[in-house]
Design a protein around this ligand. Structure first.
Ligand SMILES: [Zn+2]
Length: 223
């Protein structure tokens, strides 16, 4: 009886593992096919200099790396604050373009020093809306709990990561202000950065699907 229980439990675990593997590899395969296509398109356009010609802050491409980091460390980071810190930093070039200001496209917001204040400011603005953010996150099947400190840390790290990804692409960025130089400019090619961001974007979608599925099962288990 005891032996048969052990055998049954081994078979059950084997089947469960097989099922999980199937599910995981099923999603991964689909995502790999889509990512291959996306990476090919992005690389082609990046090589033709299409993004460079746009002369605009390409905020959405930041969502790939930020999404991956935010989802992997979602226990320690406030995912929406971390992710949307990109928008807060890029309000600067947006304002320059919209109002035609005589101010560099990537000025103080795109420095680690002032990026810190942008991150803190953004967290301070978002904090009163934490209950609304929680509702939105739950609608996206993501668990959410936060504190002001978590929001500030996420806002600052989000802004810093944004500066780090923009610095190799734009000559006018001074990441280490008050030092005026940009030692990070052109250390990697523009197409490599865009390709990396596209891969991160796809990986972030895989991570999101896995996390959201887990949310569903925990909900069912609880009820
Ligand atoms: Zn930017």
């Amino acid at each position: 009886m005891f032996m048969s229980n052990i055998i049954l439990s081994i078979i059950y675990k084997y089947l469960l593992l097989k099922e999980l593997k199937k599910e995981f590899f099923g999603i991964t395969l689909k995502v790999c096919i889509v990512s291959r296509v996306v990476v090919k398109i992005v690389t082609r356009y990046a090589k033709e200099g299409v993004f460079k010609d746009l002369e605009m802050p390409f905020t959405p491409y930041h969502f790939g790396p930020h999404g991956c980091v935010g989802l992997v460390f979602k226990r320690y980071l406030d995912l929406p604050v971390f992710l949307l810190a990109n928008v807060a930093v890029d309000l600067e070039p947006l304002a320059v373009m919209v109002f035609g200001l005589s101010y560099p496209l990537h000025g103080y917001f795109h420095t680690f020093l002032f990026g810190t204040f942008v991150g803190i400011g953004w967290a301070w603005v978002a904090y009163p809306f934490r209950d609304v953010i929680k509702l939105v996150m739950n609608a996206f099947r993501l668990r959410y709990s936060t504190t002001l400190i978590k929001m500030i840390v996420s806002g600052v790290l989000g802004a810093w990561l944004h500066v780090l990804f923009d610095a190799p692409l734009y000559r006018d960025i001074r990441p280490f202000f008050p030092w005026e130089a940009n030692p990070l400019y052109d250390i990697v090619s523009m197409s490599a950065v865009y390709r990396f961001c596209a891969i991160c974007f796809i990986s972030a979608i895989v991570l999101y699907v896995l996390v959201a599925r887990n949310y569903k099962t925990t909900k069912i288990a609880k009820s």
